[in-house]
Design a protein around this ligand. Structure first.
Ligand SMILES: O=C(CO)COP(=O)(O)O
Length: 253
């Protein structure tokens, strides 16, 4: 599978706008010096999107959001719609990150609504899946991820599928410094692709990008990226340090 990889930075609830702009400028500078065909996306807090759009003009770095409302518009205080994101030049949006599932009650069902509203605006979703530590310890990890995939993806039509990116983020590896081994990650990616293929066929399943996320850093990125089923990375903590993030992009090829 020789498609270019995607490295996306999920900044979570970090940086003020001025700190964010400074970090973004360092990242842009670093990316310019790299000769890479790896695709790059940055998902800063909502408050940064408008300024980041200007800063990213004439670069190949794609603007992403960390979340979106499952509602279209109206009396939903505090929500941000897909249309609003499109208006700000957002091209990708993370959906159902495990922190959203854990702290904000998001489910596979709300993820499906979010993905549909994004696709209607032609914003490409990055749909997060992954098991808890207790699921893995009880050897339920394949079952959990299969349900996360089938309840959402099987509701989409064939032509939407290539617009979707999956991020496999085992919850026990997020922000813990514990990474899945490259083999564990590859095994789950292969399983996810097989679940997609069961419904949509091998060709389409092969077109879906599947990223790994969970304590990716400059030290482990090369080994992860070398796995045949890993199409890139969704990076948290290490995307907040320009040098680290650039090293990960470099490791992706
Ligand atoms: O949640 C993540 C990316 O979405 C991963 O976070 P860390 O890279 O900090 O473990």
């Amino acid at each position: 599978m020789n498609k270019p990889k995607l490295v996306a930075g999920n900044w979570k609830m970090n940086t003020t706008l001025s700190e964010g702009i400074a970090l973004l400028e360092s990242i842009i500078k670093g990316v310019k010096l790299l000769k890479t065909n790896t695709k790059i996306a940055i998902a800063p807090p909502f408050t940064h999107l408008s300024e980041f759009r200007k800063a990213l003009k004439n670069t190949d770095v794609c603007l992403a959001a960390q979340n979106v409302s499952d509602k279209l518009q109206g009396a939903f205080t505090g929500e941000i719609s897909a249309l609003m994101l499109k208006d700000l030049g957002v091209k990708k949006a993370i959906v159902a990150h495990s922190e959203r599932r854990q702290y904000f009650g998001e489910t596979n069902e709300s993820a499906l609504f979010k993905i549909k509203t994004l696709l209607k605006q032609d914003i490409h979703p990055i749909y997060c899946v992954g098991e808890l530590l207790e699921d893995r310890e009880r050897e339920r990890h394949f079952e959990v991820v299969e349900e996360q995939i089938t309840t959402v993806l099987y509701q989409l039509t064939e032509e939407k599928l290539p617009k979707l990116t999956i991020a496999y983020e085992p919850v026990w590896a997020i922000g813990t410094g514990k990474t899945a081994t490259p083999e564990q990650a590859n095994e789950m990616h292969e399983f996810i692709r097989a679940v997609i293929a069961k419904r949509f066929g091998e060709d389409l399943a092969g077109q879906v990008m599947i990223l790994y996320g969970g304590s990716v850093n400059s030290g482990n990125a090369s080994a992860l990226m070398a796995q045949p089923q890993i199409d890139g990375a969704l990076v948290g903590g290490a995307s907040l340090k320009a040098e680290e993030f650039i090293a990960i992009i470099k490791a992706a090829g």
